[in-house]
Write a protein that binds this ligand. Structure first.
Ligand SMILES: Cc1cc2nc3c(=O)[nH]c(=O)nc-3n(C[C@H](O)[C@H](O)[C@H](O)COP(=O)(O)OP(=O)(O)OC[C@H]3O[C@@H](n4cnc5c(N)ncnc54)[C@H](O)[C@@H]3O)c2cc1C
Length: 422
């Protein structure tokens, strides 16, 4: 039997196990998937936990539930990959040999990368919502909030779901208003970017939304350290932003296993061809999801579009055929904006988010780059689609892995190549 090994049974790894199980000859190929933890978290749901909208039961299921019969599931930490010998060493002591390797080990927060971030204020006045534990602890802190200065802060890019800090700020504005605490709370949005988002037209819309919601924005803020005694964050150029409650997005990094294997960049992301998803490490290693260094958003929707391209390319590779260069960086993200409304953005490497309707031109039902109640329903429906469609590699009707220009109002003056950290 030839061996195909998938590292990581999160969003992307699980999708790949389901796609490949349906499309490769299982008499010839053995598929093995490895992950260290038994629980699969629906990470987009972490956004709603601090506000009491979701709880554990909404975001956690067993990983095994989503791994198809016939795929071997191993629960173990991965120690390292040895590309020279085509093998993976597990912390359990087992060595797995592979003919094809798919790395889907994702990204995670690394608060220890910022001086003082995990000091005496950590999980007392400083919280993150990018982990289940952080989101749950932040919920408890918000329940006791009586007003003051609430600072939402991004350490550096890239981060998973780069719109999530904006969503948190908008939801905080709504939640505080509901509780009669909005006038007692100064909301501040602190970003290392020069504007509210990475893409100019969307950044403009988000910037106006922040202003309309009376959320003060501090831009170009590159954090040097946290002063836990004075309760302030300090940038390299000496600016100080005081907080009563700091909701921070720490540095996001690939797993330390990537560093131990000597195959990552300085943030432990794996150099990957942005159109084929073949690694630049070795021909028989492919990468998907947050673990790549491609300049697409680190998002579940992106992993879904990538999984369709990667499945084709694994089959091409198995048959000795040229790989398709089909992945265009397609991302599709709802941006919850409070008061039962949300935005929707749809973009790729070349075209930034544009106004219009999605997926049907002139009909929608979703509005692009515009707040609507229907978009909010789409955001809520994403959880059901995630558990029942995306993870099981079921196609989503009407939505292709390549971005469609149909329905988008694209001015002729718009530059098409705006690829950057999404
Ligand atoms: C707060 C928040 C909000 C988000 N909102 C959205 C959204 O609205 N829409 C959207 O599309 N996306 C959203 N995302 C992003 C989305 O959740 C991720 O992009 C997606 O889960 C990435 O999938 P992945 O498989 O690459 O990584 P993961 O799902 O994180 O999986 C990686 C897996 O690898 C395993 N692993 C890593 N290292 C090792 C090791 N050494 N040994 C063994 N196992 C290992 C981990 O245990 C994990 O199971 C959000 C994320 C967050 C945090």
């Amino acid at each position: 039997m030839r061996q195909l090994v998938i590292l990581g049974a999160g969003t992307a790894g699980t999708m790949m196990a389901n796609h490949l199980h349906k499309s490769i000859d299982l008499h010839e190929w053995q598929i093995t998937i490895v992950d260290q933890y038994p629980k699969h978290y629906y990470q987009p749901g972490f956004l709603f936990i601090p506000f009491g909208l979701y709880s554990e039961k909404d975001v956690v299921k067993s990983k095994r539930e989503f791994i198809p019969h016939g795929v071997e599931y191993l629960e173990s930490a991965i120690d390292r990959i040895d590309p020279r010998t085509n093998s993976v060493m597990l912390a359990s002591g087992t060595t797995l040999n592979y003919d094809i390797l798919i790395i889907a080990t994702g990204a995670k927060t690394a608060p220890e990368q910022t001086e003082g971030l995990t000091g005496s204020d950590w999980r007392k006045r400083i919280f993150d919502f990018y982990t289940f534990e952080g989101a749950t602890a932040l919920h408890a802190a918000l329940e006791n909030w009586n007003g003051g200065r609430l600072v939402v802060h991004i350490t550096e890019l890239p981060i998973k779901c780069p719109v999530a800090p904006l969503e948190f700020s908008f939801l905080a504005d709504w939640w505080l208003a509901e509780r009669g605490l909005r006038d007692k709370t100064e909301l501040v949005y602190v970003t290392p970017l020069s504007s509210a988002f990475t893409k100019p037209i969307c950044a403009d819309v988000m910037g106006h939304t922040l202003t309309d919601k009376r959320i003060n924005t501090v831009t170009d803020f590159n954090i040097a350290r946290v002063d836990n005694d004075q309760h302030q964050i300090i940038s390299w150029d000496g600016r100080e932003v005081p907080y009563d409650l700091l909701v921070t997005i720490p540095t996001n990094m690939g797993d330390a296993m990537i560093e131990r294997s000597g195959i990552g960049d300085e943030l432990n992301f794996v150099p990957t061809d942005k159109h084929t998803l073949q690694s630049k490490v070795k021909d028989n290693i492919f990468v998907i999801g947050d673990a790549t260094d491609v300049p697409a958003s680190k998002a579940g929707s992106v992993a879904h579009f990538e999984s369709e391209v990667l499945t084709k390319n694994i089959l091409h590779y198995m048959h000795g055929e040229p790989l398709t260069e089909d992945f265009d960086g397609h991302a599709n993200c709802y941006i919850e904006s409070g008061f039962n409304k949300a935005f929707l953005i749809d973009f790729n490497y070349e075209l930034e988010p544009m106004p219009g309707t999605f997926p049907l031109p002139g009909i929608g039902p979703f509005s692009l780059l515009k707040e609507s109640y229907v978009n909010h329903l789409g955001k809520l429906a994403f959880r059901w689609i995630y558990w029942n469609g995306l993870l099981k590699a079921r196609p989503i009707p009407g939505i292709s892995h390549t971005m469609s220009r149909t329905g988008k109002r694209i001015p002729p003056t718009v530059p098409t190549d705006v690829a950057s950290e999404a």
